[in-house]
Design a protein. Structure first.
Length: 199
């Protein structure tokens, strides 16, 4: 897939590698979701003047759902934990220090956990905000309509809601103790179906 330039794309070898890697394993719907999640997170941070590590957040956002793809789907681990391991290996190949590799893993794992305060962990908080906005429309009304429209034009949803719901329902059925199972049991279908980004 061609990488479309938007104000939220990072111009670095690391960012390009993350996009290329995600493109190799995720279909268009999942890849575009990952980019939109980063863009929502970055815009949210900009508007609220939240300081964060942009490269760490971008890499985490681009790789956060690779645990849902067939090559990285674990029979035992929740998808976010599998994705965290993918990020740890990916960033090791980039030469990131062990502590920073662990942070990428942590940010991905925490995006499926209870809310993280921005003052305690900006990147995890921002990925939670970005993914929640894109998956279920949470806080989407806080973003300027022009921003949202431009983002959707550059990275279309391509049936993402239904596709993502099927993926997490599959995770829930196979791994009943995982966070995805709790998410599905808590009304994921209704929230995803009501996402204003799809209406």
């Amino acid at each position: 897939m061609t990488r479309i330039r938007t104000p939220y794309d990072l111009d670095s070898d690391t960012a390009r590698s993350a996009f290329e890697t995600a493109s190799e394993y995720a279909d268009a719907a999942l890849l575009n979701h990952s980019v939109r999640s980063y863009a929502f997170a970055a815009e949210y941070a900009r508007e609220r003047e939240i300081a964060y590590d942009a490269e760490l957040l971008y890499v985490s956002a681009l790789l956060h759902d690779l645990g849902l793809t067939a090559p990285f789907d674990s029979h035992t681990l929740p998808f976010e934990e599998a994705g965290g391991h993918v990020a740890r290996v990916f960033t090791a190949g980039l030469g990131w220090a062990p502590a920073r590799r662990a942070r990428a893993q942590e940010v991905i794992v925490l995006h499926m956990r209870d809310d993280v305060d921005a003052a305690e962990d900006a990147e995890s908080h921002l990925l939670q905000v970005g993914t929640s906005a894109d998956v279920s429309g949470l806080r989407v009304e806080e973003f300027a309509p022009s921003f949202t429209a431009g983002l959707l034009a550059a990275y279309p949803r391509s049936g993402f809601g239904a596709a993502f719901l099927a993926l997490v329902e599959d995770q829930a059925a196979r791994k009943p103790a995982c966070a995805a199972a709790a998410y599905v049991a808590g009304g994921a279908a209704a929230r995803i179906g009501a996402n204003p980004l799809d209406h």
